[in-house]
Design a protein around this ligand. Structure first.
Ligand code: CMP
Length: 137
């Protein structure tokens, strides 16, 4: 079933010059780019995106990180896109993520882990509406 998912290439990906490498992995897999925008978000947008994490101990430094510089927000589309993107991203902690995944190959951090992908159909719908409100469903 074709799905859309919200992907962020976080500020570490932009700072480290890995945008081309990461987008290439999604494109060569066969996912289609539906929307793409470079954004430097404020704390309110970070809080809205990470609403389920705002009370967690790890959240304040995460907010500082995601607001620390421009990031690339994207909507990707394809068969089972939500699961496919999560598999390509790898486990949250780059130190534990499997080799061959984006985080496993390119990140050594649990926080600065380069990418975000929606974790299910409901969060994909919520996150796409939050980041790209003008996009047709
Ligand atoms: P993401 O997939 O964007 O979802 C939540 C983010 O919080 C996660 O990627 C990491 O960037 C960050 N994160 C999750 N758990 C931790 C943790 N224990 N310590 C630091 N950052 C975390």
């Amino acid at each position: 079933m074709s799905q859309r998912t919200l992907v962020l290439l976080k500020p570490d990906a932009v700072r480290r010059g890995l945008v081309g490498e990461i987008l290439s992995r999604f494109e060569t897999k066969g996912l289609a780019l539906v929307a793409l925008e470079l954004r430097h978000i404020d704390a309110a947008q970070a809080d809205a995106h990470y609403a389920e994490h705002v009370e967690r101990d790890f959240y304040p430094p995460l907010r500082d990180f995601v607001t620390s510089g421009p990031l690339l927000a994207a909507v990707l589309e394809g068969d089972e896109a939500i699961e496919v993107v999560r598999a390509l991203n790898g486990a949250t902690d780059g130190r534990k993520a499997a080799p061959g995944t984006i985080r496993g190959d390119l990140s050594l951090s649990n926080r600065e882990n380069l990418v975000h992908g929606s974790d299910g159909p409901e969060s994909a719908e919520r996150e796409i509406a939050l980041w790209f409100p003008a996009l047709d469903a």
